[in-house]
Ligand binder design. Sequence first.
Ligand SMILES: [Zn+2]
Length: 197
Amino acid sequence: MGVSVLSTLGVKSVDFMAPGRGGVPSLTRSDVAAAMAGGLSEPAQCLAYFLFTGEVRAELALAHHIRSAIIANNPDMDSRIADGLTRSVMAESFDHSRCRACRGSGQIVSKVPLNTSDTHGAGVFLSERRELMTCDRCDGHGVSQWTAFKRAKMAGMNERSFTRLYSAARAAGARSVRAWMGELTSHLTQRLQGQDD
Ligand SMILES: [Zn+2]
């Protein structure tokens, strides 16, 4: 199985990471292991296991890596604060709620005005063209961006202390998740393309 399983699931591009796809239950740990074999950092492997299997132990392992990235940014922080920030990053990264502006598609239909034409006495005719544009509310990700208030609340602290003391550390954790996601995505894309050719 392995890569072919992913391939039959339509896993052919970065889209497999689209919000809401996390945890494909039909894949076992060994399927994923086969698909992931070689070249991935340990955090990216944990991420893959978590996304494909949704297993609790994969989630814990991933959380551990995120927590380490947060603490590396701010080594003096209290351990409960680190736990809260980790929870906050996990939730924003994986419990996606769809962007309301584009309903999760990442695209919005934009009306582009065309030249007005003078219709010789019958008034000015206004026309417009409709175009798909990247949603600027979510930057095309289709996922609602959290406010500082929500990030702080999920971490169990108020917005003021969050912004003043911990937002940089949390951002380091979130950045790590994005980096592992990028690593995993390009790794999988390469393997799947290799198989298709
Ligand atoms: Zn959007």
